[in-house]
Design a protein around this ligand. Sequence first.
Ligand SMILES: *[C@@H]1O[C@H](CO)[C@@H](O)[C@H](O)[C@H]1NC(C)=O
Ligand SMILES: *[C@@H]1O[C@H](CO)[C@@H](O)[C@H](O)[C@H]1NC(C)=O
Length: 193
Amino acid sequence: MPTPYYVLTFSFFLFLLSSHPLNGQEDTEFGHAMDRKLLGLKRKEKLSHFKFYWHDILSGKNPTSVAVVPPPLKVNTTTAFGLVNMMDNPLTLGPQLSSKLVGKAQGFYASASQTEIDLLMAMNLAFTEGKYNGSTITILGRNCIFNKVREMPVIGGSGLFRFARGYAEAKTHWIDLKTGDATVEYNVYVMHY
Ligand SMILES: *[C@@H]1O[C@H](CO)[C@@H](O)[C@H](O)[C@H]1NC(C)=O
Ligand SMILES: *[C@@H]1O[C@H](CO)[C@@H](O)[C@H](O)[C@H]1NC(C)=O
């Protein structure tokens, strides 16, 4: 009886598997160069600009930003050195909180200076608008909140922003010094594929 075709195919498949370089010496390999086209990176990088408003809401019944670590008492400063705030801040198209929501800024900021109000910002901009829905941009930087314009690096991203790099400029649009509530204009310039 002749060997059925599918048995031959299957044996050939097994042969391929056993002779594949990954099953040989190279399967202990940890990293290797690869063709960028395999990740769809054949196109040129593009530059995108995003403008939106970031709302830090500390007051009221539904704050979007809350202190999770208070400044330690043994450090006597006027800068709240050591404070950590966790946020899930709305990002809107216009300066009004009621304007169109385009995403959330999720992450934290921490008071990182003993002599001035400098924040360490670590946040993911999680967009929900249009084709950017589900994609994120990650910002990690220094935010001296009383400077007119603060620049922070874009250190990466996900989805449409894989391999992202760039920077963000933050300008305070409005601040209530009593509650700390603030609206900040963000302009983000990002290179991505
Ligand atoms: C904190 O420092 C200020 C001056 O730098 C001082 O007047 C004050 O007594 C200090 N407070 C505490 C609790 O040590
Ligand atoms: C964004 O994507 C989520 C999950 O796919 C979906 O539920 C949501 O409706 C989308 N939002 C917008 C504004 O398109």
